[in-house]
Design a protein around this ligand. Sequence first.
Ligand code: KG4
Ligand code: ZN
Length: 376
Amino acid sequence: MKILGIETSCDDTCAAVLIDDKVISNVISSQTDLHKDWGGVVPDIAKRAHAARIKSVIATALMRAKSKIQNSKIKNKEERIEKIIEHGMKEIDVIAVTKGPGLAIALSVGVNTAKEMAKKYNKKLVAVNHIEGHILSNLVKNSSGLPEVKIVFPALCLTASGGHTKIILINQNYQNSKLKIQNSKNEYLVVGETLDDAAGEALDKAAKLLGLGYPGGPVIERLAKGAKTDFIPLPKPLADKKILDYSFSGLKTSFYYKIKDWPKEEVNKNLGNLAATFQESVFETLLRKFDLAIDRFQPKTLMASGGVLANMDLRKKLRRLAKKKGLMIYMPVKKWLNTDNAAMIGRVGWEMAKREEWADPETLDRDPRMELGIRN
Ligand code: KG4
Ligand code: ZN
């Protein structure tokens, strides 16, 4: 099955072509430069950039996926893009688009484009949950079919990005499927989640306080290397061992009050130590609740994903935790598979298409607050 994935839930305009679970082409047009001076994503700027870029991102993904596409000689850019899409769509079976959660006006660009294309080229359409995309990003393979990932259920996944932070227990339901394993459906139980800011959002806000721009995670990671991780005392949010939920906003507020009266030179002189201390607090919190959830739910495999997992220090800490528990942990190996991309959306779309969970191209609407599975 050939799938076109489309993702516009935040600030990356993405399209990918997959054959089943293998990525054939993947295009990500990042808007970081447009948002960085604002210290976060500005929805209206994101929407306009998505709208301006989506067709050319899709055309590029389709063109790269096709072995012998004719590079059209048409001069007008819009016409040329339409021609490439028309040509490339001949080989596509299914369009998979992010329905939510995410920024409403940003999601609309992807959803409307997918609906328009499904009707115009008479293609099947599936509506994908962005968080399920992040979870299954661990199962996306390259064109040679690698890496081989063997998930033993139940699996426990920590997914942490700029928009969400959740611990999810994943089981497979064989009863509802005719073809057992091939068409099995994952069941998601959210056992912990953030009650306020997401982990990535906390890093972004701390970076903004330190005057480091957006996105904060990568700059903080760079500055934190080799610096002191206990430079100032910060609270341990929701220390109660019975609670598996997260809270990051208190951490950020405490950080703000600790440094708000410092002279600018003092902050600048200690940027590395401040970044490392804040990052350590966020990661310690992420790990502490994940550790508790592992003990409580006794999973057979661990998974982690989402933009924050691009961080090498967090990956190392998670690997250490998995080793301590005697469990295998999977994390996307490619940096771009951790942050937003359309390959993960296509990967979920493939499973939905096998189960024939079609969306109606006439009525499909984005769902900015779309839930995944059920809350424990
Ligand atoms: O998954 P993602 O691309 O978008 C959302 O769904 O939100 O995640 C973006 C988030 C941002 O908050 C960004 O600061 C964080 O992931 N991030 C990182 C790193 N790279 C991106 N956080 C820590 N270390 C990184 N290297
Ligand atoms: Zn995301």
